[in-house]
Design a protein around this ligand. Sequence first.
Ligand code: F0G
Length: 330
Amino acid sequence: MTVAVIERYHDRLPVSDATPVVSLGEGSTPLIAAPRLSESLGVELFLKLESMNPTSSFKDRGMTVAVSKALEAGAEAVICASTGNTAASAATYAARGGLRAVILQPAGAVALGKLAQARAVGAVVLEVMGSFDQALGAARELAERGTHALVNSLNPHRLEGQKTLAFELVEELGELPDVVALPYGGGGNTRAVGLGFEELGAGMPRVVAGQAADRAATVATAIRIADPVHRKEADAVVARSEGKVVTLSDDEILAAWRELARHEGVFCEPSSAASVAALRHAPEIAGGRVVCVITGHGLKDPRVVEQETAPPIQVDADPDAIAEAADRAA
Ligand code: F0G
């Protein structure tokens, strides 16, 4: 059986033998070389495919810990506000653990695949007429009443699980990378990566965090967060690591999204490409062995594909017509 996050890092996580482990085999995600992007960026680039987790995003590492701990504490329901991936993960792990899940999401701003995941596993999905930040405020208030366990990254168990990314990177590379680049939404992941490296005590790679210039309206809906709840701590991690917060236009994010897909065959959601876009935007900080964290799968957000790529060409079932159409499209 797959050794998942809690089993693999039992001694470094807030669990005991009494903790009922809710797991779907998360973690141990592929770390792959990116030869073409390495060449064009002038670094040795690796991609950590967190999109290969059970719900196709990095959230599962923290969610296995948060939902297991909620179950241990006797919770019957979990709640989160989400731009979509936390929702999909919370809903799925709640289903796995036999808990109810209440999902709050900003109306009209969640990618199709993520919404499909939360619905399929039976979560109660509520569309809040407001921003992510407003939905999170409401979720926090409701959780304080004690009826629902909050599983946003304000829940410290989420960060504990997420820090295991740093452990895996060092084990797989056999040394610290020089740079870790990742997207910056609420900042929980940036904070958790810092926590992981600091716990290892072997030094810190430069942390490069790519955020959208228009945080409130970016095409990268996963990081459409105007007011990052972990800003202070995430910015402190970046500063301690001598890294950089890089601010990116949507065009830069989409250009990196296309590069990842076309030059490396890695189809991610736009937010994830903010890691690569940040390296392009700030070459002075990128050098040596660099890891980009690919946080979410491309199938999460099919609408972006519709908007950014040519539609299929209709053709008769005839070899000449097919050859002609293929030549014309090439
Ligand atoms: N990448 C993806 C695919 C995400 O879904 C998120 C955040 C981030 C990056 C940013 O991570 O917030 O820790 O800085 N998604 C949250 C959600 C907000 O609700 O799914 P962060």
